[in-house]
Design a protein around this ligand. Structure first.
Ligand SMILES: Nc1ncnc2c1ncn2[C@@H]1O[C@H](COP(=O)(O)OP(=O)(O)OP(=O)(O)O)[C@@H](O)[C@H]1O
Length: 481
């Protein structure tokens, strides 16, 4: 990573830049390959749909994408992506392919601010190194949806790795997976640089990979948002925090590098008096809170946790990047489907070969995680009342496989299927995920797609209302993403 120079954004624009600097507003751009000169501290913003491919190559100078430097002359291809290539000192890009929009962003003060936060974290890590019993910074990132939280987390992680650190990234947003499909919490210590096109990439729980492995700790969260089941969500936070803390105690480098926690926008909830954020701060012993995109949230956090409160935790208000954009429901659905596909089939650079497993009903220990959204989807499927006992107050219920599971993702837990303690079932980490590709109620058997050839024996298999069913996973399986 190159540090920012003294040039001011907007100065020294070439003609190409000034014309490219206008938002195109067109729904689809198809272009021949062409060169774009970027002045220092500017960024090339683009939005590419899932049907398009857009390629960028740095031909001179240095540029980075969310904290990860692009290698010179290497083409990077993006699909289903909204992002920005930032340059501190200026660069030239070769751009080709299709995009929904592309433009030169000159308001990059946010990036300088983010880099300053990285500098603060480095100081805290140095302090932790000198006083070895203390851990590094434990950072919580909060804010409404689509304000750049995940981009900030990714940038801070990328810069930390460039500085030789091994930060632990925790994703508590079940809408979007990190090294996993949606519907999970992940904690992963990052020891090698992230990928430009694919962020955190894929992990061994998806199958053997050729890239350096990042082994995540995964918990199952089959709800799209915390308000669906706040108590379960909080219990899973406690479980994750305990496991992460224990893991850091075994690895001094990771402990000194600290934690960065990404959260869903739904935690920004004054009505509940930010109950879940309070829980998170206490369980992870947070030392720094970064708020994005909401002045009210910043003030509320400052009052509740800031230096004047009994908690005395620094709370900072961080700028939202000008390029951060809303991803509508259709885009999010495609993103979620793509994450599920990638879990089983890998990416165009790192493809995987999933395996088919058939189990009889008698061999399976299936549990359903009840939730309001699952109850709603069952009633819309017109389920027989006896098949859909979701009115039950139990969080998990043992069940016989049925057609409702078709197209769903199931979590294979480390605990035994004979587990009767609901809390042990909830708190057990995930060994891997499988996809229900066929349910034969007449022959009483279920066919799954799973990343590994080994069967999972009598382990507990849990599914819930999230993520939603994917209908076209098998059959499109040969397609690479
Ligand atoms: N500087 C930027 N230029 C262009 N696009 C950006 C920029 N920063 C972020 N984005 C894009 O804007 C979108 C929203 O950003 P991001 O996912 O970081 O927000 P978020 O607050 O984490 O959202 P959510 O709460 O949904 O997880 C993403 O597609 C991201 O890649």
């Amino acid at each position: 990573m190159a540090l920012p120079g003294l040039s001011l954004p907007g100065l020294g624009l070439s003609q190409a830049q000034s014309s490219a600097g206008l938002y195109t507003g067109s729904s689809s751009l198809t272009q021949e390959s062409r060169m774009e000169d970027l002045a220092p501290r500017t960024e090339w913003r683009f939005e590419v749909s899932f049907q398009q491919q857009y390629t960028i190559r740095v031909t001179s100078g240095h540029a980075e994408l969310f904290g990860v430097e692009l290698a010179p002359n290497q083409p990077y291809t993006f699909s289903g992506c909204k992002a920005a290539i930032l340059t501190w000192h200026g660069c030239q890009l070769e751009v080709s392919g299709d995009a929904e929009s592309e433009y030169l962003g000159q308001e990059t003060e946010y990036a300088v601010e983010w880099l300053n936060v990285h500098g603060m974290l480095e100081t805290a890590r140095d302090d932790a190194q000198m006083h070895s019993s203390e851990g590094g910074p434990r950072v919580l990132v909060v804010g409404p949806d689509f304000v750049g939280k995940s981009s900030l987390v990714r940038s801070l992680a990328g810069w930390a790795v460039t500085y030789g650190r091994t930060p632990t990234i925790v994703n508590l947003d079940p809408r979007e997976g990190l090294l996993t499909p949606p519907g999970s919490f992940t904690a992963v210590t990052v020891g090698s640089q992230l990928e430009v096109e694919n962020g955190f990439g894929i992990s061994p729980i998806s199958g053997p990979t050729i890239t350096p492995v990042k082994t995540p700790l995964v918990y199952h969260c089959p709800y799209s948002a915390p308000p669906e089941k706040p108590d379960v969500y909080k219990a899973l936070i406690t479980r994750t925090a305990l496991s992460v803390t224990n893991k850091l105690e075994e690895n001094s480098g990771a402990k000194q590098s600290g934690l960065i926690i990404d959260t869903p926008g739904t935690l920004n909830d004054p009505k509940s008096n930010y109950d879940i954020i309070t829980h998170l701060v206490s369980e992870f012993s947070i030392t720094l809170i970064l708020t994005l995109g909401s002045e009210r949230l910043f003030n509320d956090m400052n009052r509740k946790f800031g230096q004047q409160s009994s908690e005395a935790i620094p709370v900072l208000r961080i700028s939202k990047p000008g390029g951060a954009v809303e991803r509508d429901a259709a885009f999010m659905k495609q993103l979620q489907n793509q994450q599920i596909r990638q879990y089983f089939f890998g990416t165009s650079k790192d493809s995987l070969n999933p395996h088919s497993h058939t189990y009889s009903f008698a061999e399976l220990n299936i549990f359903r995680a009840n939730s309001p959204s699952l109850a709603a989807s069952s009633s819309s499927m017109d389920m027989d009342a006896s098949d859909a006992p979701y009115a039950s107050h139990a969080d998990f219920e043992r069940m016989t496989p049925n057609m409702e599971m078709l197209g769903r993702l199931v979590a294979i837990k480390f605990c035994s299927g004979s587990e009767t303690d609901e809390f042990a079932l909830r708190d057990s980490p995930v060994m891997g995920f499988a996809y229900v590709s066929e349910v034969d109620e007449a022959k009483k058997r279920v066919r799954f797609l799973a990343p590994h050839p080994q069967k999972w024996g009598d382990r507990a298999v849990v599914w819930g209302g999230w993520p939603q069913a994917v209908t076209d996973l098998v059959g499109s399986g040969t397609k690479q993403y």
